[in-house]
Design a protein around this ligand. Sequence first.
Ligand code: NI
Length: 248
Amino acid sequence: MFCDTHCHLFQEYYKDVDKIILLAKESGVDRMIVAGCDGKSNQEVLELVQRKEFYGVLGIHPEEIYTSTLRDMGFIKEHLSHSKIIGIGEIGLDYHYDKENKDEQIRLFEAQLGLAEEMHMPVVVHSREATLDTISCLKKYKVKGVIHSFSGSLETAKTYIDMGFLLGVNGVITFKNCHLKEVIKKIDLHNIVLETDSPYLTPVPFRGKQNDPSKIKNIAEFICELKDVSIEELVKITNENIKRIFDI
Ligand code: NI
């Protein structure tokens, strides 16, 4: 069975979580890692992980820098010892909409990287239009983890892999004219994990509709075709990869 290593199954997007779990199981997905982004969603992660199918990571997303407070950091620290909280995320740098606050973003990112190092926990990293700064921040800390929604060049992929990170691959790879296909073709499968980033980034042929973890199946089928491997092989390799990073 597959694991969706990155999704946001929060009440504002999904009314019926039981239905989402059922759909996922029908598509061969039996575990999901829910990623928090701010104070409110981190609390929801803790509620969701009470169900056996869910694991969680807690963190403050760079886009939430103005809505988050020291109290939210306190909440994260307080709950990292929970048996189903398996990492710190979604954290990172995003210069797409706002470059003016680079210094604040880096400070928030490094505070959470420091916490991960101290607690010996993996990180789930979001990096958009910020590759060089992301790499230089990660290099300052002894951490491992996943580069979520990886969509960079082959050279960047190799840099992250050399640093001990896995690349999170989602529906973006199924998009037409996406260069990621060429990069993943040249990357050994032992360096990737599958994710949906639900409710975002719905794979082909469901683009325009809301995403959900059952769509891991479509992403997996696409990668099997691209890499000429069987579904069973992809399940086996990606599950081994997950175990190298996360305590699942
Ligand atoms: Ni995400």
